[in-house]
Design a protein around this ligand. Structure first.
Ligand code: NAD
Length: 297
């Protein structure tokens, strides 16, 4: 679609110009800014926002030196959009007036960005993983104080969400479980946000029923048994060739159950991200987890 398309006008134009809804009513598009636009996920998000008739990309931020002075549409590979990549949020707020800030950066930046967004009444949609529980609670409090919707998803792909839901169900019957997550070699945080979230959901379900293990294991290589989250072992693999994958392995008497999910391309995260972008303004406060935006019954 050409840059001049009224469906995808940049921030200088009528960015909130109405897009037609299926019923023919006038429906304003969601004004979206992306933090981390030069990254692997950020570029994909830029493409997805541009391609969605209900959204318009109005702002972009990235600290990468190679991104400075570039156009966000060029970085995303969709042609020039008239949306400059800014080096800071402060600069971006001046040139764009987003309603939603999608963040795929690094955890310390995502926390600061989300606070700045909420202070302005802008709704953060955070895909960045690695936020601490304290940071999430701070954002929850701020979102509530500001009466502004906010959303965090450790994983935006529907298959991964189903994996977590099924794992939570299985844990009622098979409380002994270990998680193996496998990601590309450039992933910074370990274990993955998805693995931590899966473990937390399992812990909520299985309550005090713990895995039966020897009180002292003879571990001959540090880390061989993975990380330990309240009795759930999590193992992280980092290798080129992977995108984002996870196995949740339950053990029971004379049987195992393996639930496995594979994201083979970053486009797998886009439908969930777009759903969150369109719903976040109507949320009251902070919501964590894509499963909370889906009707899974
Ligand atoms: P990446 O390294 O390719 O991209 C990160 C980008 O953020 C870089 O361009 C970097 O310059 C930029 N950045 C860093 N600090 C910044 C700041 N202060 N302001 C603006 N930009 C800044 O990483 P990636 O592979 O795109 O992953 C990004 C994050 O998304 C990671 O935390 C990853 O775990 C997470 N992720 C989440 C999902 C999900 O579904 N929630 C899926 C994939 C990846």
């Amino acid at each position: 679609m050409p840059a001049s398309s009224p469906q995808h006008a940049g921030p200088e134009s009528e960015a909130t110009a109405p897009g037609p809804s299926p019923a023919g009513e006038v429906k304003p598009r969601v004004r979206v800014a992306v933090a981390g636009i030069a990254g692997r996920m950020g570029r994909e998000v830029g493409r997805a926002i541009h391609a969605d008739p209900d959204c318009v990309l109005v702002g972009a931020v990235d600290v990468a030196p190679h991104a400075q002075g570039r156009d966000a549409g060029q970085l995303a590979g969709v042609g020039e959009l008239g949306v400059p990549v800014c080096a800071s949020l402060a600069e971006m707020w001046e040139s764009a007036h987003p309603e939603v800030l999608v963040d795929f950066t690094i955890a310390p930046a995502a926390f600061v960005n989300a606070q700045a967004a909420l202070e302005r009444g802008v709704s953060p949609v955070i895909g960045t993983t690695g936020l601490t529980a304290d940071q999430v609670e701070t954002l929850r409090r701020l979102a509530s104080e500001r009466a502004t919707g906010a959303f965090i998803a450790p994983n935006f792909s529907i298959g991964a969400v189903l994996m977590m839901v099924f794992a939570r169900q299985a844990a009622r019957y098979l409380p002994e479980v270990e998680i193996i997550e496998l990601h590309h070699e450039k992933k910074v945080d370990a274990p993955s946000g998805t693995a931590l979230r899966t473990a937390q959901l399992i812990l909520e379900t299985r309550g005090l029923r713990m895995a039966q293990r020897p009180s002292q294991e003879d571990v001959r290589l540090e880390g061989a048994r993975g990380g330990d989250l309240e009795g759930i072992r999590i193992h992280s693999v980092r290798l080129p060739g992977y995108v984002a994958h996870q196995e949740v392995i339950f053990g029971g008497h004379a049987q195992t159950l393996t639930i496995r999910h594979d994201s083979t391309d970053r486009t797998s995260f886009m439908p969930g991200m777009l759903l969150a972008v369109k719903r976040v303004r109507s949320l009251s406060g902070l919501v964590v987890g894509l499963e909370n935006l889906l009707d899974l019954e």
